[in-house]
Each structure stands twice: as C-alpha cells, then as structure tokens.
Design a binder for this molecule. Structure first.
Ligand SMILES: CSC[C@@H](O)[C@@H](O)C(=O)COP(=O)(O)O
Length: 363
C-alpha cells in the first residue's frame, strides 16, 4: 500500500539485521516505524499489538524466530524462541502455523545454517501472504461486481466490515479489504461502512486510516449501527476477516462479528469472510467449544485514548471507578451464518465439504 506516495509493507527486514514494522498503536495520529532487533522485541510487538491481525502476527512471529536465531541458533534457542512467541496471543492460529513451519524448516539444519535459512523462510512467509491476499482480492471483487449489477448504474455498493482485516492486518492488501481494494481499482463504485470496533477501535483507527489513504469512500459507525443499516437496505454485503476458522467453517474474529452475522442473516444480507488458508485450523471442528478466546486487560474497556484538540494523545476513563469490566477479544460465528469463505483458491461454502473441495490435499 502507498502512504504519501511511498509503497510500504507492514513488516520488512531493514537490511541492517533488524526488522522494521509500523507501530499500529500510534495510528491514526502518528505514522511511526519501529525496529525490532531481538526475540524480546518481536514478542513485545505482538503482545502489545504494535503489529496485529492474524496474518501479520504469523509473519512477525516468523521474523521473531529469525531475530532469535541470530543470537542463539542452538536447539534450545529455537525451542525457546518458538515457546516465547507462541505465548504472546492465543487466538490467531497463524501464529502457531508460522512457528510450526519455521521449526520444520530449521530444526533439521546444522546450527551454522539456521540463521540465514530463518531469514529466508520468514521472507517467504511474508511474500506468500501478499500473493494469497492478492488472490483473495480478485475472487472477492467478483462478489462486489455482482452486487454492483443489482444496483442502479453509478450507485455505490455498500460493504460493511468489522475490525481491521485490511493492509495493516496482513503483510499487504488485507483479507476482508483486499476485495474492496481490487474492486475499487477496477472502477466499481463502492462505499465501506466501518464498524468502530470497541474496545481497541481497530475500525475507527486503522481501517478508516487505510481506506482514507487509498481514497476509498467510507463512513465510520458505532458498533451497534450495522443492524439498523441492514434493516433499511443500506448494506449490500458484509466482509470480515478471521483469526481462526475451523475445518467445518466456523469463523472466529474480533468481538462483535457474531452479532453482525446474526443481523445479516435476519436481513438477508450476504456475510462473507476473507480467509487465507494459513488461518484454517484443520485440527478442530467446533469453533465455539474449541477456539481459545483471548481475554485482555480490562483497561481497554474502561479507558479510551485519543488526540485532544491541541494535539496531545491522552487516555481518559469512561467507567465509574470500581466497576468491574470484562474484555473478551474475539467471538465465534457459526458456519451456518456465513454465506461464503473467500480464499486464495476461490469462494466456497463455510462447511467441511466446501473447504475440502478447495483444499483436497487436507483430506
Ligand atoms: C486479516 S486479519 C483478520 C483478523 O485478524 C482481524 O479481523 C482481527 O480480528 C484482528 O484482531 P486484533 O486483535 O486486532 O489482532
């Protein structure tokens, strides 16, 4: 994606032995590049959400292993790096996927070759993510084209999205937003309803920021508005991302996604999920029962951070002192509420058969 004329990915080796990222905790008010130089830096960046979004978490973990092996390429060093990174966030399965892939590639090698191989494998994971998302964009854009054909000429297709499953959540392009960018580039008139996505406001802070930079028409809405818009015919389709999708098509995504899927179902609005294959957890079948849901610090709920009129970044409390808060970060949308999964190999039904047809090698 281009920011002020410069093409960026969200993570890249800087050629000086460290890895550069965009600090997403400082957006939308400050575009800051941070350099990761150690395993600890990488683990912190994932845990504190300087990088976030399932595919980017996977890529950052892979680069974290590469940074760790520069310091210690022994078996113990590899084990320690994988364990430390795996413990950073529990829900996005891309983290486990990337670490298993790094271990499979590196463990059989002599120590002297591991560091270089780790950097190459992390770069391969990042490059593959870009290609996967490009394909998701093309397959998903066809759905937006179809929606456009059902509208009066020139009238925009209204897409509703939740959280940020855009460029910032991946290495480039995004998953849910890749079809939006592809259709936009193809000249389809469209407009995106952006759920603010409390408590961390990934929609208001990140999705709005990247759509604005790309010139895509959009409107930020409070999280509870979507149902009302759908009742009044103002949403043509929903597209969201996923942190883990079961082998049966249940989708785990940012908290509040389930409620949007229920509203979409009740109003006959198609509900699609952008799904890169590393986000499929082939080992589980029941998302509600088996997907670990991250619970985060309650201060993300009880406090709000933003920019004051005179440019200072300030945090204020919005709940009464002493009121308990709960902060569940994700929820599960059962497959029956999902119209289709937009993968890099095409769009399929959210079901075991649908996924098997596209990924026959998974049995
Ligand atoms: C392409 S990203 C898909 C998901 O990771 C995204 O929708 C999401 O829920 C991100 O959550 P976050 O807590 O910001 O990491």
């Amino acid at each position: 994606m281009r920011i002020d004329g410069t093409a960026y990915r969200t993570i890249w080796p800087d050629g000086r032995g460290s890895v550069a990222i965009i600090d997403q905790t400082r957006l939308p008010h400050d575009f800051a590049i941070v350099r990761l130089t150690s395993l600890e830096d990488a683990a912190h960046a994932i845990r504190a959400m300087l990088v976030r979004g399932a595919p980017l978490i996977g890529a950052a973990a892979a680069y974290g292993v590469a940074l760790a092996l520069r310091a210690d390429a022994s078996d113990r060093g590899l084990d320690h790096a994988c364990a430390a990174l795996l413990a950073t966030r529990p829900t996005a399965v891309n983290l486990r996927w990337a670490l298993e892939r790094m271990r499979r590639r590196l463990a059989p090698l002599p120590e002297s070759q591991r560091s270089e191989a780790a950097e190459a494998e992390a770069a391969a994971i990042a490059d593959e993510d870009v290609e996967i998302n490009r394909s998701i964009g093309l397959h998903g854009a066809a759905l937006i084209h179809s929606a456009a054909e059902r509208k009066a000429p020139g009238e925009p297709v209204n897409v509703l999205t939740h959280c940020n499953a855009g460029w910032l959540a991946t290495v480039d392009w995004g998953t849910a937003l890749a079809p939006v960018y592809a259709a936009f580039e193809q000249g389809v008139p469209l407009h995106v309803w952006v759920d603010e996505t409390r408590p961390r406001n990934q929609g208001a802070s990140l999705t709005a920021w990247e759509l604005k930079h790309h010139g895509v028409p959009h409107t930020v809405i409070a999280d509870n508005v979507g149902g009302h818009l759908m009742q009044h015919g103002k949403v043509d389709l929903c597209i969201v991302g996923t942190d883990r999708t079961t082998a049966t098509g249940d989708v785990c995504n940012k908290i509040g996604t389930y409620l949007k899927a229920l509203a979409a179902h009740d109003n006959g609005v198609p509900f699609y999920v952008g799904l890169p294959s590393p986000t499929i957890d082939w080992t589980i079948a029941d998302g509600v029962r088996d997907i670990p849901i991250e619970e985060r610090d309650g201060r993300e709920v009880s406090e709000l951070t933003g920019r004051t009129a005179d440019g200072r970044i300030e945090t204020v409390r919005v709940t009464p002192d002493g009121s308990p808060v709960a902060n569940y970060a994700f929820d599960v949308t059962p497959a029956r509420l999902v119209t289709g999964l937009i993968t890099e190999r095409g769009v399929c039904a959210a079901s075991r058969d649908g996924l098997r047809d596209l990924f026959p090698e998974r049995g």
